[in-house]
Ligand binder design. Structure first.
Ligand code: CDP
Length: 507
């Protein structure tokens, strides 16, 4: 493998000419196991070439002394980066990167940079964004690899990439820790033995807080701070925030971060833990025939999550109201009926799910053309929706669930970790539904089926309560010309990319 050192942008451009795709690992040098893991992940990632940059960014230091003292070990770094899989190392001078008239001073998102390190390090994240943006423009990589140890930085950079619509995929790796539990950091080299012990204590207390959170679902910042006082630790901040929006209102948040910074002598170090109240939820919405059921079932199987088909619940209830000749138009009668109603899913011998309503198995009955043509009108009754949404939330109470429907991301689980809006062309959706019905022995004219689906789309998306709409934060996936397996894998990839890797062990 050819190993190249690039000192100027000119060198870089020449090297790029023969390269198709670049994986970019930005660093400030003094490489440790955390950096090496990033390089190795990039190397393992596929056929892309790995470019590691080593550049100490002066714009992200608000303390000149800190900048001057930042450890520099270039010779060692080059050897380590190459032996971990780097194809090229970019070592630009400050002049090369900063001394241009057209340098874009990129501001970090205010909301994301107002807490944690942003509070005490004024301008720090603006400096990070400015340089990473500059590097991305020069390098134009396919992927950028970043560590989750600097979680706030990762969230800010992901936000910048999204806002500026940059075509680069962000890959992140979990915090790498030394044998004593301390996260690797270039600044660790500056610590004395006793400072290192203090840092170890700090990390252990965060871990302890995480452990007690699993039992009482609460964090007592005062108590943790008290334990720091007993050791005379100089804490710069300790905050418990929402893991993604980094704000302080966490009551309704599932995944949160407990993060702190401490001063060991004159060295400032950070650490954090992620906390989770319940296991994650994946919400999948979309119109009829978009592939929701097949994809959702596959995801549930691959992740060992509960599969929740909310449409089957609306169908079952519609069937019941008709079969039992309930005068559902009378609100009191409907309400009395709902009080006595019991809908459960049970796994059958084929490892599929059967649905029971008041102990009657209705799995096949609810798939008839008759039910398909009336279900949307039942689904627009507010008492029906109230009742079923409550039941669905009960099923999802502990998380570890992938649910499909029309209002999952907007109403049932608005705090779902990821929201997907699946769709496909009307032709494709009708084609799929026709095959499905034929397999069940039902014959139907293609155009009639297409019209029926169109009508249902219209009814579902124009009703007053919880209409079918794409949630603001949902990712739209068009499933035409893709297999269900491909779509399921893509959603699982999006899911894992969104979550901090560290909490994978918690579910
Ligand atoms: O499988 P298909 O796409 O035909 O629909 P389904 O998931 O079985 O849902 C049947 C109907 O139930 C939908 O057309 C909606 O009217 C209603 N529904 C809803 O209103 N809200 C949900 N969360 C799920 C289904």
């Amino acid at each position: 493998m050819q190993q190249t050192i690039l000192k100027t942008i000119n060198d870089l451009n020449k090297w790029k000419k023969n390269i198709e795709n670049i994986n970019f690992v930005p660093t400030m040098g003094n490489l440790h196991k955390g950096h090496l893991e990033l390089i190795q992940q990039s190397y393992k990632d596929g056929s892309n070439e790995t470019l590691v940059s080593i550049f100490i960014n002066p714009l992200q230091f608000n303390d000149k002394k800190d900048f001057k003292n930042y450890p520099k070990t270039i010779g060692k770094d080059i050897k380590l980066a190459f032996s971990s899989g780097a194809n090229a190392i970019f070592l630009p001078s400050e002049n090369e990167i900063l001394n241009i008239k057209s340098l874009i001073y990129q501001k970090a998102c205010k909301k994301l940079s107002s807490n944690l390190c942003g509070k005490s390090r004024e301008g720090h994240f603006d400096g990070v964004c400015t340089i990473v943006l500059r590097m991305l423009k020069i390098i134009n990589p396919k992927k950028i690899f970043l560590g989750e140890k600097d979680w706030q930085q990762l969230i800010i950079l992901k936000n910048m990439i999204k806002e500026l619509n940059l075509k680069v995929e962000v890959k992140s790796i979990t915090t790498q820790r030394d044998a004593d539990g301390v996260p690797y950091s270039s600044r660790n080299n500056l610590l004395t033995t006793s400072e290192r012990k203090d840092l170890q204590f700090f990390s252990e207390e965060l871990k302890k807080a995480k452990k007690s959170f699993t039992v009482n679902k609460a964090i007592n910042l005062k108590e943790i701070n008290k334990s720091f006082e007993t050791k005379n630790l100089k804490i710069e901040y300790l905050q418990h925030l929402s893991a993604f929006s980094l704000n302080e209102s966490i009551d309704k948040e599932n995944i949160t971060i407990l993060a702190g910074a401490m001063l060991c002598g004159s060295t400032r170090l950070i650490d954090h833990v992620f906390l989770m109240k319940r296991k994650p939820i994946i919400a999948i919405d979309g119109p009829a025939g978009s592939g929701k059921s097949t994809v959702t079932k596959l995801i549930a199987k691959k992740l060992d999550f509960i599969y929740l088909d909310t449409g089957a619940m609306y169908r079952a209830l519609s069937w019941f109201l008709i079969d039992q000749k309930i005068n559902y138009k009378n609100v009191n009668i409907l309400q009395e009926c709902l009080k006595e109603l019991n809908i459960v899913f049970k796994t059958n011998l084929n490892s599929d799910q059967d649905i029971f309503i008041n102990n009657i198995c209705v799995t096949d009955k609810i798939r008839s053309q008759k039910i398909s043509s009336i279900v949307s009108s039942f689904a627009s009754i507010s008492k029906v929706r109230e009742f079923l949404v409550k039941e669905q939330r009960k099923i999802g109470d502990k998380g570890g669930l992938v649910a499909e429907g029309r209002d999952i991301g907007t109403t049932v689980f608005p705090k779902a970790e990821i929201k997907i809006y699946l769709t496909a062309s009307i032709y494709e959706r009708a084609k799929r539904r026709k095959i499905e019905l034929e397999q069940q022995g039902q014959e139907i004219n293609f155009n009639k089926l297409k019209d029926q689906i169109k009508q249902r789309d219209l009814d579902d998306s124009t009703r007053n309560i919880s209409p079918l709409v794409k949630a603001e934060d949902a990712i739209e996936i068009i499933t035409d010309n893709h297999t269900a397996d491909q779509i399921a894998d893509k959603i699982i990839q999006i899911f894992y990319e969104k979550l901090p890797k560290e909490i994978k062990n918690d579910f």
